[in-house]
Design a protein around this ligand. Structure first.
Ligand code: GLU
Length: 338
C-alpha cells in the first residue's frame, strides 16, 4: 500500500521518547491521519473475524517506564491471532536457546503468504521462519512440556506474563477457527511427513489455534511490546518474562518477517520491528523506548490492518523512532585529528 506521510514533522531518535505531552499530541495527529482510511476489508476466512465491527479503532503506546497512553477503543478485546507467534517464539527461545530454535524454525522470509503450502515444498519442508503458520506450528510444538495440555498452560501463562494479566481464550473464535482450519492441519501433516514436527500434528494445531484465539486489548498488546522493548521486563508489573537477548532475537526476526510478505515494505516505511494479525492488530516495538499497538479490522491484501499501518507510520516519524534514521552530528568536527 502507498503510505503517505507527507508533512509529518520528523524527529530522529534521541534515545528517549520526547515526553508525555508530545507523545499524546503525536497519537492524536496520527489518529487524525489514519481515521479517514476506510479502504480494505475485514478478514472473512474465520467466521467470527468476519463479524467484527470495521469501525473499531484503538491505539496504545506503552513506555518502558510503565506509562501507557491510550486512544479510542484501546480496551476492546479481540483475538490475538498471529501476534501470538512472536511471544510463543520468545518463550521457546528462552527455554531452548538461540541455536536450536534457529536450526528448527529459521529466520528467513518466504516471500509467500503466511499460510503457504508451496513455501514448505520449495524449502524441503523447512518452515523458514516463526511468523508464518508452518514456522509457528513448529515453534508451538517445541514448547517444553510433557502433554499438549501442559504446553497450552505454559503458553497461556507466558503470554499473560508479557501483558501483566491472566488471558483467556475467546471461545467463539476458537470454535470457529477449529472448524475451519483445514489448511493449518494440512500444513502440520506436511511438516510431520518431512519429519519436522514434534508430537501429534492434530494436537499441535489445537494448541496453536488456542494461542491465536487468546483475547487481548490494544493496551495489552502495547504492554507486551513494551516488555520486548525493555529487555524482557514487563514495565507495568516489573516481572522479568524473558531475557534481554531473547528480546533482541525476537525483534530481529520481526523486522524481517513480521508483516507477512510485505515485511520489506514495512521496514522500509516504518523502520521498526512489528507483527500483525488477521483480526486487525499491529504491534510495533521501539527497542529501549516503547511498545506501540493499533487495532482496526480492515485489512490490505496481505492481511495487515490499513489504519494500524498508517497510524504506526506516522508515530514512527513524529516520535523519532525509525531505527534507520540519523542526522549529521551538530558537534564541530575536529579536522586536525583526521
Ligand atoms: N489463526 C490464524 C491462522 O492460522 C492466524 C493468521 C494470522 O493472524 O496471520 O490462519
Amino acid at each position: 500500500m502507498d503510505i503517505d506521510v507527507t508533512g509529518v514533522p520528523t524527529r530522529v531518535s534521541t534515545g528517549h521518547l520526547p515526553g508525555a505531552e508530545t507523545v499524546e499530541e503525536a497519537i492524536s495527529a496520527a489518529v487524525t491521519h489514519a481515521l479517514p482510511h476506510t479502504e480494505g476489508a475485514v478478514a472473512d476466512y474465520i467466521p467470527t473475524l468476519a463479524a467484527a465491527d470495521p469501525e473499531t479503532f484503538g491505539v496504545a503506546l506503552a513506555e518502558v517506564d510503565g506509562d501507557v497512553h491510550e486512544w479510542g477503543d484501546s480496551r476492546v478485546e479481540f483475538s490475538i491471532q498471529s501476534i501470538s507467534k512472536a511471544f510463543v517464539y520468545a518463550l521457546v527461545c528462552e527455554e531452548l536457546g538461540h541455536a536450536t530454535v534457529h536450526e528448527r524454525v529459521g529466520v528467513n522470509n518466504t516471500g509467500l503468504p503466511f499460510n503457504s503450502v508451496m513455501a514448505l515444498e520449495l524449502n524441503d519442508g523447512h518452515p523458514m521462519n516463526p511468523m508464518v503458520n508452518a514456522g509457528a506450528l513448529v515453534t508451538t510444538s517445541l514448547v517444553p512440556a510433557p502433554t499438549p495440555a501442559r504446553q497450552w498452560d505454559h503458553i497461556r501463562r507466558g503470554l499473560g506474563a508479557f501483558c501483566g494479566r491472566e488471558l483467556d481464550v475467546d471461545e467463539q473464535t476458537y470454535r470457529a477457527e477449529s472448524r475451519t482450519n483445514g489448511r493449518n492441519r494440512a500444513i502440520a501433516q506436511l511438516l510431520a511427513s518431512y519429519g519436522r514436527l514434534d508430537g501429534d500434528a492434530e494436537a499441535v494445531v489445537d494448541v496453536y489455534t488456542r494461542q491465536c484465539s487468546l483475547a487481548v486489548t490494544t493496551r495489552d498488546l502495547a504492554v507486551m511490546g513494551a516488555t520486548l522493548a525493555d529487555g524482557g521486563v514487563n514495565p507495568v508489573t516489573g516481572q522479568q518474562v524473558v531475557s534481554a537477548s531473547v528480546c533482541r532475537d525476537t525483534l530481529a526476526v520481526l523486522a524481517s518477517t513480521g508483516l507477512y510478505e510485505r515485511s520489506g515494505e514495512w521496514l522500509f516505511e516504518i523502520g521498526l520491528p512489528g507483527k500483525s494479525g488477521v483480526s486487525g492488530g499491529i504491534l510495533t516495538v521501539s527497542p529501549g523506548k516503547a511498545g506501540i499497538a493499533a487495532f482496526s479490522p480492515r485489512l490490505d491484501g496481505a492481511g495487515n490492518s490499513v489504519r494500524a499501518q498508517r497510524v504506526t507510520a506516522h508515530l514512527s516519524r513524529s516520535l523519532g523512532l525509525d531505527v534507520f534514521a540519523s542526522a549529521a552530528s551538530t558537534k564541530e568536527h575536529d579536522l586536525d585529528q583526521h
